[in-house]
Design a protein around this ligand. Structure first.
Ligand SMILES: [Zn+2]
Ligand SMILES: [Zn+2]
Length: 1003
């Protein structure tokens, strides 16, 4: 006996139960043992930041990773399953600051850098545990507990090694340049961090028109700015040398054609003029002369065509200062507040200074106009604070020499969807030097020790640090600030003592190195728990393997992350691997777009439309969620929500119902499956289902092999549709009769289908497996991939043709208005020769007495003129022609041409409709036509009534709550007597009596 299935599955409940069983039975460990000698499939996990509970937008990546790892395991591959946590850098620091109520670097320093580092570690430990539980609940099989953490000393030392190599090649330099700066985080940010669309916001800013009086003239330049805080640092004004400027009322602005001016001059004529700066009285401005400079890039479509230049507060401004030897004034400090030298502005933030600046300009008669503007403005990718520009010293890795090798390596890599490979190329072609330094605390300590002698010492390993340290080693808890800052080393050039720079590294260095740090690149001996070092001690048991292991597993066969990672993780790992090893560290990539809410908006906690993973898992179940993710074309943004999930659950019910149907009839018949036995399949429908199942297996395999889950889900849904709405429907009678061949075929097919879909729906597939497969592998996940049956294309084609005929037959029925229960005499089929062997199936399905294959003559052509074409051509002659067409007075020629009244019409000139003649219902499509003879006689009508009665009685049985095993006494009306035996059989009646109306009585 199979355990009966309830009518609807309780997804969350059955999933929780399976999680316990997998744990108790060690299913995942057994799978790994089973594949221990299998071929290698190397997947490298992109680390997730352990700084918050995961949301549904993380679910897609987690699901895809799990789906393909499960698929590969079913094919017998040996995998590593190592999960990664991103655990240091700005992502973590900002969340910990929030949790601790700290909101500036000063507050962190008051709190204590050592304590802050410990809290960061605790915070990561907490959320790594939370996320682990979430991803387990989603069904993700990873080697939990053996995770890598990017803040381990081992990971840090591997990055040191990379940085030392960059230095050896002469790529490392300290740059003095204008950079995007977050005043809250107190650090510069690199272009790759900030490049995404999500790092911009629509903000309202002041919009000022300000007068700069020209020296020695009674005239002024009018400039436009949206950053009043930069005006105190003004040193120049730029004009477009080729543009025309006009003077009116003493003010110079870009000339507008059609307007009258007192004087018009080309921009180049203004170049060199000197003007009075807006805040010449500030100490910082002492001795600075202001002049007009040329700049081809001055925008002519907004403002006044004259741009105020403050090289210490803008990227392009800084660039111009290099070209024109302008002084650089840096008005603000790390936290975005005015420094000394700016009078009463000192200590104010860039926002707070706006009103005083406007006020001062107004007093001086310099303000022409003050308003506001809403524009797209960059905000910090981490804390959403609007950014400013500052000129600072940052550390960079030059990209010049690595760019070409990276492009060449990327060309060897297969991207899915393919257009993302081109995006990666675009990014690589345009990437700037890598800004790697951040002025923060809990991050990779950059191992740079610049000596007063001018030599830059770069440490490449922990051993080298220990060897060269002159003090501080004894207190070095881990390779983080503040402990690392207290270690001084000996300069290799002059033997003097040198200290580390205070900066930490870009977090993408942390994630980019993992192909080396987790796999033991150039490590001579395997070190147990060698990745559980520094801050990672106690959080993982991950080993540091030896170099032979790295040789085995590098490069990864496959990686998968969202599209934004092109400029982040994909870029960082490519940069680092090509530098260290010369090769791209991954051979294939699957990337995907964003997860939006059901209405297509981005999900944000503050908008109230973000969904936490746990909430969704408990509400809809993991399988339905995974299905939603897998159906999605990864090249498009996906919409995620509960309505969608309900819809998916409804569709998945067809599989459940089919399994339930099998369980019910197998139990009634006392039928038991035999594991490993192939169905005999002598009946045509059985042979077809076996072939159809083979087709599913090969379609699914093709979809998995090209990493394209939407093809898998659609192949599966169409298979289940065929199984349920064709095979089961057509075989009902056999199931009622307990036909062993039908039960065996359905069972075997369902079991293969469960194996195919197990990677996508690991819970439901295993639940049904455990219900249906006694005596086989305990879990579908241990059952391996189904062997592909030899395809039988002829049979599949035949049944596909049958289904098309039936589909059109139903359409014709629907047109006729006659119920399917009313049998008809005849169906004529033209253009489906492949279906000829199945005439009786078609007849039965459409309830017709006979099916004829041959030309359909029961149609007539209705032809109308195609007015837009024929109207202009014929003019007045159209009317008579139309009448002739309507009257059918035309001759059909070849190629769809017609002859009417001596005129030939082309197919484009007419609209042709093929309709059934009176007494026929016709339907056609793509060369296939079917015609139903609608003529009824007494015999047909009586049979129609009998079928109606069967339906009515079975409805009564259901309403009375009768089981399939219950028998009845049936009362029929006398006219149905000729069909009484048949009706009795179909309604499980023991005895028939006659009366005024149809009644049933349970025996
Ligand atoms: Zn910030
Ligand atoms: Zn030195």
């Amino acid at each position: 006996m199979f355990k009966p299935l309830p009518s609807v599955p309780d997804h969350p409940a059955l999933e929780r139960e399976l999680l316990e069983r997998w744990e108790a039975e060690g299913t995942f460990d057994r799978l790994r043992e089973q594949n221990a000698e299998g071929p290698r499939f190397s997947f490298m996990d992109g680390p997730i930041t352990a700084n918050a509970p995961a949301g549904v937008h993380h679910g897609i990546g987690r699901t895809l990773k799990d789906v393909f790892q499960r698929y590969k395991a079913m094919r017998g591959f040996r995998l590593r399953y190592q999960n990664g946590f991103d655990s240091q850098g700005l992502h973590v620091e900002v969340q910990v600051e929030k949790a601790l109520g700290l909101n500036s670097k000063r507050e962190i320093e008051e709190f204590g850098v050592a304590e802050f580092a410990r809290r960061c570690r605790e915070f990561v430990a907490e959320f790594a545990a939370v996320q682990t539980a979430q991803f387990k609940r989603l069904g993700q099989w990873m080697d939990w507990g053996n995770d890598y953490f990017t803040f381990s000393d081992t990971n840090i030392a591997y990055i040191w090694r990379f940085l030392q190599e960059c230095h050896r090649r002469g790529w490392l330099y300290k740059g003095h340049r204008a950079t995007q700066w977050c005043p809250r985080c107190g650090t510069s940010l690199s272009k790759h961090e900030q490049a995404g669309d999500e790092n911009y916001a629509e903000l309202e800013h002041p919009s000022l028109f300000v007068r700069f009086p020209l020296r020695g003239r009674d005239e002024a330049l009018v400039i436009w700015t949206t950053t009043p805080w930069t005006l105190p640092a003004n040193v120049a004004a730029a004009v477009n040398p080729a543009a025309e400027y006009g003077l009116r009322g003493g003010d110079w602005r870009l000339a507008v054609s059609g307007e009258e001016y007192e004087h018009v001059a080309r921009g180049e004529e203004l170049v060199g003029l000197e003007y009075e700066g807006p805040f010449d009285d500030l100490p910082a401005q002492e001795g600075i002369g202001h002049r007009v400079i040329p700049w081809d890039e001055v925008a002519l479509d907004e403002g006044t065509g004259i741009v105020h230049i403050a090289p210490g507060a803008g990227a392009e401004d800084f660039q111009l200062s290099r070209e024109h030897t302008l002084p650089v004034l840096g008005p603000i400090d790390d936290s975005g507040r005015f420094v000394a030298g700016y009078g009463s502005f000192e200590g104010l933030s860039t926002d707070e200074v706006v009103e005083p600046v406007i006020e001062a300009l107004r007093e001086r008669g310099r303000l022409v106009e003050a308003g506001t503007i809403v524009h797209r403005y960059p905000v910090c990718w981490r804390c959403r604070t609007p950014l400013v520009f500052r000129v600072v010293d940052d550390w960079f890795i030059s990209a010049d020499e690595i760019r070409q090798p990276m492009l060449e390596q990327n060309a060897t890599c297969e991207w899915t969807p393919p257009q993302y490979g081109k995006r990666m190329d675009d990014w690589l072609r345009n990437m700037d030097d890598w800004n790697i330094s951040r002025r923060r605390y809990f991050g990779l300590p950059l191992p740079f020790y610049p000596c007063v002698c001018g030599h830059l010492n770069v440490i490449g390993s922990r051993a080298e640090l220990e060897e060269r340290a002159v003090r501080g080693l004894e207190q070095l808890e881990e390779l983080h600030r503040p402990w690392i800052d207290r270690v001084a080393i000996r300069c290799e050039e002059c033997d003097g003592e040198v200290e580390r720079i205070p900066e930490v590294g870009d977090a993408w260095l942390d994630a980019g190195i993992v192909h080396f740090s987790t796999l033991g690149w150039q490590n001579p001996e395997w070190i147990e728990e060698g990745n559980a070092t520094g801050a990672a001690r106690g959080l993982t048991t991950a080993d540091l393997p030896d170099h032979a292991y790295w040789e085995d597993w590098f490069p990864a066969d496959w990686v998968s992350e969202g599209r934004a990672q092109i400029r982040l993780w994909f870029y960082a790992q490519c940069f680092m691997a090509v530098t260290l090893d010369g090769r791209q560290p991954y051979k294939r990539v699957l990337t995907y777009e964003n997860v939006l809410d059901e209405t297509g908006r981005e999900m944000h906690k503050s908008w109230g439309n973000a969904i936490e993973l746990n909430e969704a898992l408990e509400r809809m179940g993991a399988d339905a969620m995974r299905w939603v993710y897998c159906e999605q074309n990864p090249a498009q943004d996906m919409r995620f929500g509960y309505t969608l999930a309900e819809e998916v659950k409804r569709r998945l019910l067809t599989l459940w119902n089919s399994a339930g149907f099998l369980v019910t009839y197998a139990n009634i018949a006392g039928w038991q499956p035999e594991w490993g036995r192939e169905p005999e399949a002598s009946h045509a429908l059985d042979r077809w289902l076996v072939a159809r199942t083979g087709q599913l297996v090969s379609e699914a395999e093709a979809a998995y092999e090209r990493y394209w889950t939407p093809a898998l889900t659609s192949a599966f849904e169409s298979y289940v549709e065929d199984l349920s709405n064709w095979y089961i429907r057509r075989s009902r009678r056999r199931f009622w009769d307990g036909d062993a061949a039908a039960l065996e075929t359905l069972w075997w097919s369902l079991v293969q289908a469960l194996r195919v879909v197990a990677p996508v729906m690991p819970f439901l597939a295993d639940h049904l497996w455990r219900t249906l497969v006694p005596g086989g592998p305990e879990s579908v996940h241990l059952a391996g991939w189904p062997e592909e049956a030899a395809p039988d294309d002829g049979l599949l084609e035949e049944m596909a043709a049958v289904r098309r005929v039936v589909e059109l037959g139903r359409q014709a029925r629907a047109q006729s208005g006659l119920k399917l229960r009313q049998p008809l005499r005849r169906l004529v089929v033209q253009g489906a020769e492949a279906a000829q062997g199945q005439a009786s199936e078609i007849a039965d399905e459409l309830s017709v007495k006979e099916v004829e294959f041959g030309p359909v003559e029961a149609t007539e052509l209705r032809v109308k003129p195609n007015l837009p074409v024929l109207g202009p051509k014929l003019g007045k002659e159209l009317g008579p022609l139309r009448a002739k067409l309507e009257a059918g007075e035309f001759e059909e020629l070849d190629d769809g041409r017609l002859r009417v009244d001596g005129q030939e019409l082309s197919p484009e000139e007419v609209i042709v409709e093929r309709r059934g003649k009176d007494g026929w219902a016709v339907a056609g499509e793509d060369g296939l036509t079917v015609a139903l003879d609608l003529a009824l006689d007494d015999e047909l009508e009586l049979e129609g009534r009998a079928r109606e009665a069967i339906h009515q009685v079975n409805t009564m049985r259901k309403d009375a709550g009768l089981e399939i095993t219950d028998r009845i006494v049936l009362t029929l009306t006398r006219d149905l007597e000729p069909h009484a035996d048949w009706i009795a059989r179909e309604t499980l009646a023991e005895r028939v009596e006659y009366g005024d109306e149809i009644r049933i009585e349970k025996i």
